[in-house]
Ligand binder design. Structure first.
Ligand code: GLP
Length: 242
């Protein structure tokens, strides 16, 4: 784990963007795993700034999102596709043909899971995977439990996760109950992971994830098994590591 702690969120976002810019300049056809949630939003903002300044191009990059809600299509305002579109996709030169995200609005969800999983399998290792972590230790939508799935799968979201994510919806009832998510194996296969956590509310789960026993009841702990995780924390999120 390459731990970097920042006094300010802005500095964290900028340094994370510079780290990704370095990777993309080294490999313009980089395979990039993307996360939603508020933690990577500042990184995406700084990537857009680098693109607007002519200092970064996504022309040959291919992106793969971690997850998508079952029942929401790409046009739904609260879909993860729209989240990514608002924060990143519509502002940069990433080719829409090379944007990959599970399709949550299909008749046969199991078939879509197999499609996405085999796409990831065919692509081999993603070069960089951006990650946040849920307050219950989930990564992507790999929820705590007695077991974890290695491959892409359908997950029944915990009530805790639905409640936390209801901030993006009008009501809790509107939050989908299921999602399609990359599995822990898909995630750990990435050559490099850029992990971002901010705020004191994440300090305990960050401590557990990186200092606690590897345990499927805290999926974030599986990041300890990966040999190339760049961890970007602000002072609040780093409190538990002191
Ligand atoms: C969602 C996403 C996760 C993300 C988590 C934390 O559950 N599926 O990929 O890491 O939220 O979000 P935030 O960064 O807003 O705390």
């Amino acid at each position: 784990m390459n731990l970097r702690i920042f006094e300010s969120e802005i500095e964290l976002d900028w340094e994370a963007a510079k780290a990704l810019q370095f990777e993309i300049k080294n490999k313009p056809n980089l395979k990039l795993g993307l996360a939603t949630g508020m933690s990577p939003v500042g990184l995406y903002r700084e990537l857009v700034n680098l693109y607007n300044a002519g200092e970064l191009s996504f022309r040959d990059v291919t992106s793969y999102n971690l997850d998508e809600y079952v029942g929401l299509d790409r046009e739904h305002p609260y879909s993860f596709f729209q989240f990514m579109n608002q924060h990143l996709f519509k502002h940069i030169d990433l080719d829409e043909e090379r944007i990959h995200i599970p399709n949550g609005c299909v008749e046969d969800v199991e078939k879509e899971v197999k499609r996405y999983n085999s796409l990831l399998g065919q692509e081999g290792q993603l070069d960089v995977q951006i990650l946040g972590i849920g307050l219950n230790g989930h990564i992507g939508f790999n929820e705590p439990g007695e077991t974890l799935s290695a491959d892409t799968h359908i997950v029944t979201l915990s009530e805790h996760t639905r409640k936390v994510n209801s901030k993006y919806f009008n009501t809790l009832e509107e939050v989908p109950k299921k999602a399609i998510t990359m599995g822990i194996g898909n995630i750990l296969r990435a050559k490099k992971i850029i992990f971002i956590a901010k705020g004191e509310e994440k300090s305990e789960i960050v401590r557990q994830a990186f200092k606690g026993p590897v345990d499927p009841n805290c999926p974030g702990t599986f990041l300890q098994l990966h040999g190339n995780v760049d961890v970007f924390l602000d002072l609040g999120a780093a409190k538990g590591l002191a």
